[in-house]
Design a binder for this molecule. Structure first.
Ligand code: LLP
Length: 414
């Protein structure tokens, strides 16, 4: 499974055996394949090239490692920031401000004024956030909730009912009227309805709902949208037997809605912005950790030197990552609960995970670790966050060293 291949019974990432990386850099580490990131970028860009104008703005929250951001920027990707800090980092990495959108929520008046004052393009979460701004707005955009949403889990579904994000089409319309009356002449519009969607049909439904709202506002308020930002959500498989999202089909489905005469009449001159996060990076990385315990109580457990501090997704959403024991490709599988070093019984990385004869000191591989792993990691229990290694062919580069205790205690006075 991506980004790992098996040669002569050994696990490899690009041209390097994982065992070599574990020996050289120790464990736990997260290893990234640059080749995989580049392949994801070109597959995504290629799919959306059927639009006259399309920009992919990478959702920085998925993984803000500066080296990863640089690879994305160098390959023509823009950035979507969730707050002033992510926006500042995007600038520091060298993203063109015109290729940065900021899609924040619940910011303070000061934070909003900072973004607008610095001329960032802001997708306001709602009309209330908009009303807090005193700085002059060059381009006004708001996030609409199109009334439908889909995500792999409830916790990552952001459209439809019970969402803290966005505003209704009616309230959005009033906000555009207000902005127009204030003299704003440039407009965009935004949605993001959920994450890790692998059903291409959903994008057809959500884009149609969104384009209808945008056309209605364009017509009723008498404005043209420079961009239609349809958000992220493009899913990836977390298990080997799950089919990949057909991204070409996603783009075609969206385009067929865009070309409908009643939509094209109002939106035909707008550029499409997408905000892929997971799609570009998730499958580029795997975690190598050490098996530190194999134990039978009323259940089969293995312990490892990585914890839910780093792989939070299972405890938080019930997400199921794929795991293997390094360099064991044949043998009898038994099911294990995978646990870490944190002092909580919810410190589980996976439940009922089939593994081949795990033994103390073996290396456990956690797949699909490039998105929402390091960016959501914490130092609970003073546990260290792992180092990150970028692999490019047979070259390696440390793109983040592991925390040490001094890093973790740095903000304190002891
Ligand atoms: N745009 C906005 C406004 C977003 O809020 C998000 C993700 C994205 C784009 C990118 O979504 P993606 O293409 O990566 O699905 N921590 C969760 C995922 C939360 C996603 C939050 N927003 C997880 O581990 O699955």
């Amino acid at each position: 499974m991506k980004p790992i291949s098996i040669k002569d019974g050994k696990h490899f990432i690009e041209d390097i055996a994982l065992s070599e990386l574990a020996d050289k850099f120790g464990t736990p580490i997260i290893v990234y394949s640059k080749r995989q990131i580049l392949e994801n970028i070109s597959r995504f860009k290629n799919a959306f090239s059927i639009f006259n104008e399309h920009e992919a703005h990478y959702a920085i929250k998925a993984n803000y490692n500066p080296e990863i951001l640089r690879i994305l920027r160098e390959n023509g990707i823009g950035a979507d920031a969730a707050n002033p800090n992510e926006a500042r980092l995007a600038l520091q990495i060298g993203f063109d401000k015109k290729m940065i959108t900021v899609s924040p929520n619940n910011l303070t008046k000061e934070e909003l004024n900072f973004l607008v004052g610095e001329k960032f393009i802001v997708n306001f979460d709602d009309e209330i956030q908009f009303s807090l701004v005193d700085e002059k707005i060059d381009l006004f955009s708001i996030r609409v909730n199109p009334g439908i949403g889909k995500g792999e889990f409830k916790g990552i579904t952001t459209g439809g009912k019970n969402s803290k994000f966005g505003t209704s089409p009616e309230k959005a319309k009033l906000a555009y009227e207000k902005a127009k009356n204030m003299g704003v002449e440039r407009f965009g519009i935004h949605m993001h309805t959920g994450s890790n969607v692998i059903d291409s049909e959903f994008f057809k439904k959500s884009s149609l709902a969104f384009f209808k709202i945008a056309s209605m506002i364009s017509k009723d308020v008498g404005i043209k949208f420079e961009y239609l930002d349809i958000g992220g959500g493009y899913g990836v498989p977390y298990q080997p037997n799950v089919e990949e999202l057909n991204i070409d089909m996603v783009a075609q489905n969206i385009r067929s809605n865009f070309m409908l005469p009643e939509i094209y009449e109002y939106l035909g001159t707008s550029k499409i912005i997408t905000e892929p996060g997971r799609y570009l990076v998730a499958n580029s990385a795997a975690i190598l950790s050490r098996v530190t315990n194999v134990k039978r109580t009323d259940r089969n457990f293995i312990g490892t030197n990585i914890s839910f501090n780093t792989v939070l997704r299972h405890a938080l959403y019930g997400a199921k990552h794929h795991f293997e024991i390094m360099d064991k490709v044949n043998g009898k599988y038994r099911k294990f609960i995978i646990t870490g070093q944190a002092c909580e019984n919810t410190d589980r990385l996976g439940q009922n995970v089939p593994l081949i004869e795990p033994k103390i000191n073996d290396i456990l591989i956690t797949y699909t670790a490039g998105a929402y792993i390091m960016s959501m990691a914490s130092n609970y229990n003073l546990l260290r966050r792992p180092a990150e290694i970028l692999v490019d062919g047979s070259n390696t580069k440390i793109i983040r060293r592991a925390d040490d205790l001094t890093d973790i205690l740095q903000p304190f006075t002891i």
